[in-house]
Design a protein around this ligand. Structure first.
Ligand code: AMP
Length: 309
């Protein structure tokens, strides 16, 4: 079952204690699409500038990702630079240049219309809402956002949250969105804004899901669920870990015939698995050529990590 994703496709400049890269292909939609591509077909809606050529696009097409919805326009691609020198768990944004995304009006190619799953990756909530509105019949819609949009675009973001089955964000952003420092209370407030489920990512400490009052997965799923993250000896570059988590999570959900509580929980493990690969190398390097067996082996490791007889 195909997932349609809208979000940033970008160039990133990254510095971490392991080194620096001045220009990697990045963006939330890129990481999401690569991670999800190991589970299900993926189609991307985004815009790039003249600096984004066939070589850059091949990062996606080599994984069989459908890029017919990536528009090429005059100008520069989205550019983000971030540093993890102070804290490996949270990016410090040094610069965000929206560039061609500033005047982007998403168009859905005819070939994408039958997509059953929609992921609103990190980008201007106005664009997220626009794509959501153009895909009214999807079976499930999940979304992500970040401090940049939470801070100054709350009203637009509220219009996106109303229509989400699940929101996936990191814990600092959840607390910022809810204006609440306690995670459980923050989750309650966010669920009251619309999403039926909330998946809070805790970086190196895993992820927790919370469920709202609305019907979703049935009564059995009211208890929060926590999935682990893999303790790693070296985190080379945390960029994209959250988007890769989302790709593993939603890719696995879309690959299954039905969304059950068990599928949701396994999806959280697959999210952790893909996030753990993403951070092992700079940029998208590790996600570009994984062997499906590596994914299954790591999933088994995640099971062992948290198994109780
Ligand atoms: P993550 O580390 O999973 O939160 O995502 C990192 C990716 O998000 C990078 O590749 C950036 O290009 C992209 N990004 C950073 N800031 C923004 C923003 N304000 N809107 C959309 N994408 C962004």
């Amino acid at each position: 079952m195909a997932i349609l994703v809208v979000g940033s496709v970008a160039f990133d400049a990254i510095e971490t204690p392991s080194g620096r890269r001045d220009r990697c292909v990045g963006g939330a939609a890129t990481y999401f699409a690569l991670a999800a591509s190991y589970f299900t077909p993926v189609r991307v809606i985004a815009v790039v500038g003249e600096d984004f050529g066939p070589e850059e696009e091949s990062v996606l097409t080599r994984r069989g990702i459908d890029t017919r919805g990536i528009e090429h326009v005059p100008g520069k691609s989205f550019f983000w630079s971030g540093s993890y020198m102070k804290n490996l768990n949270e990016a410090q944004t040094l610069n965000t240049e929206l560039n061609v995304f500033q005047s982007f009006s998403p168009k859905i190619p005819a070939e994408y219309r039958d997509s059953e799953y929609l992921f609103l990756a990190n980008i201007d909530p106005v664009l997220q809402a626009d794509v959501r509105g153009k895909m009214p019949k999807v079976k499930m819609v999940c979304g992500d956002t970040m401090n940049y949009w939470i801070r100054d675009h709350q009203e637009n973001l509220a219009r996106v949250l109303e229509h989400l089955d699940a929101l996936l964000i990191n814990d600092a952003e959840a607390k910022m969105l809810a204006h609440e420092n306690n995670l459980v209370l923050a989750a309650r407030r966010i669920l009251a804004m619309g999403p039926k489920a909330l998946v809070v990512k805790h970086g190196e400490y895993g992820a927790t899901s919370f469920f709202g009052e609305q019907a979703f997965l049935g009564e059995k799923c009211r208890t929060p669920f926590r999935a682990p993250a893999l303790p790693l000896a070296e985190v080379v570059d945390p960029t994209g870990a959250g988007d890769s988590f989302a790709g593993g999570f939603f890719g696995y959900v879309a690959s299954q015939p039905q969304l059950t509580p068990a599928v949701f929980r396994r999806a959280m493990f697959y999210g952790g698995v893909m996030g753990s690969f993403a951070v092992e190398r700079f940029g998208t390097e590790r996600l570009q050529a994984l062997d499906p067996k590596e994914i299954e082996d790591r999933f088994a490791l995640f099971r062992q990590l948290s198994h109780l007889d």
